[in-house]
Design a protein around this ligand. Structure first.
Ligand code: AMP
Length: 400
């Protein structure tokens, strides 16, 4: 059974003059100094195409749903969706009416009125039933719409009431949105039969978080380039010194296990580093693989970057997850920005997935040069690991 999207003719017939209930991922980061200001609106911007496509079909109402932050099942004004509703209203040039809660008794009345075409339910996570995947909560949400659209790729790895259980109430009336379509089609290019040579770059901080993806990638990649703090457990497992670089014993044993498999030849590790004695200290270059006592590796060195670039030059498919160093500090950002620059010049399918590498690509100003930038960090990793996600399975096959 194929996943049906809102581009399907059957959706067009179901949406006209009807109430369309749509789940998005509007969980955007807010400005640390001004909690009413959205720091990065990408996730909302990426949803607008779907919202517009639904509105073009002239539904009676469009009811938007999302979670926002972690209010832990309680009403907490700091996690109100108000800034999102305001932003969307401005972008769409029409009113977006925000309800008081997702279980507001007035919602049904509101949906019967001719006022505002777009209604946004307040943060679903104000209700503990959302994360508990509660059937009754999902049933109540489902009564707000005649047809269901799921476009919350970033939340599709969660089995929650609005991402999973809700599908029980929309048999043959559940459709994927355009962002979900883009995400799935792009990730499938990496998961199913990637065009070779396939090179993956994995960085970031913790081996244990990414162990499953490394195992899975080692089956299909031609080369796996490891940078960032991810590299030190591997270097230590090979017997090199790593000074005070980030590394746990657990990560070293995981790295040792991977280095004992036949795929070890596919792994490429750093051969030089940018180090410092503290996170905020001055950078210095170490032209060798061993890091002296008292120094920590905070970025890949220039020879490593060159070596990684050489492997990338002939790649036809590239997956990048995780920065090559402490890129938030400009002294240690060269490796990460260098990889972004290289990817921007390749004639390959380039997919960037995972929160921090996405921020790094944005920082580099080269976002539009990548083939696809995934909006879902955890979701894209889990998709690559498992080839699908619970929210997508439920949408595709329905649930009893
Ligand atoms: P992750 O969420 O696992 O992708 O990790 C991303 C974080 O790892 C970012 O905040 C980076 O600054 C950090 N990071 C990457 N490399 C290093 C390093 N060599 N030392 C310390 N932190 C690092």
């Amino acid at each position: 059974m194929a996943l049906k999207y809102i581009t399907d003719e059957s959706f067009q017939a179901l949406a006209k003059d009807k109430k369309v209930l749509a789940r998005f991922d509007f969980n955007v980061p807010m400005d640390k100094n001004d909690p009413t200001k959205i720091a990065d609106s990408t996730r909302i911007d990426e949803a607008i195409e779907t919202i517009q496509a639904i509105l073009d079909l002239k539904p009676k109402k469009l009811i938007l749903m999302s979670h926002f932050g972690r209010p832990k099942g309680k009403v907490d004004p700091q996690y109100s969706l108000e800034p999102v509703a305001k932003y969307l209203a401005e972008k769409l040039g029409q009113e977006v009416l925000l309800t008081e809660t997702a279980l507001d008794r007035g919602i049904k009345t509101l949906l019967g009125l001719n006022e505002s075409k777009i209604v946004m339910l307040q943060n679903l996570r104000f209700h503990p039933e959302e994360e508990a995947n509660d059937r009754d909560f999902a049933r109540t949400l489902s009564t707000y719409g005649d047809v269901f659209v799921f476009d919350a790729f970033g939340a599709a790895h969660r089995k929650h009431a609005s991402t999973y259980e809700i599908n029980a109430f929309f048999k043959n009336k559940a459709f994927g949105g355009l962002l979900l379509k883009r995400e799935v089609e792009s990730l499938d290019k990496v998961v199913n039969d990637p065009v070779k040579p396939f090179v993956a770059i994995v960085g970031g901080a913790k081996v244990s978080d990414k162990i499953k993806i490394i195992d899975m990638l080692l089956v299909s990649v031609d080369k796996l380039l490891i940078g960032g703090a991810m590299a030190y457990p591997f270097l230590k497992a090979q017997g090199h010194t790593i000074g005070t670089s980030l590394c746990t014993d657990e990560d070293v044993s995981l790295a040792r296990r991977i280095l004992n498999t036949p795929s070890k030849g596919k792994i490429v590790l750093p051969s030089d580093h940018i180090v410092s004695s503290t996170f905020g200290g001055l950078p210095s270059e170490i032209n060798q693989v061993n890091i002296p006592d008292g120094q920590m590796g905070l970025d890949i060195g220039p020879s490593t970057l060159q070596n990684f670039n050489d492997y990338l030059a002939s790649a036809k498919t590239v997956l990048w997850n995780g920065p090559m160093g402490l890129f938030e500090n400009p002294s240690f950002a060269k490796g990460t920005l260098g990889i972004a620059k290289t990817l921007s010049t390749l004639k390959a399918f380039t997919l960037v997935g995972g929160g921090d590498s996405v921020s790094a690509v944005k920082m580099s100003g080269l976002s539009d040069k990548m083939s696809h930038i995934s909006t879902g960090g955890g979701a894209s990793l889990e998709y690559i690991e498992n080839g699908t996600l619970p929210g997508i399975q439920a949408l595709k096959f329905g649930i009893d």
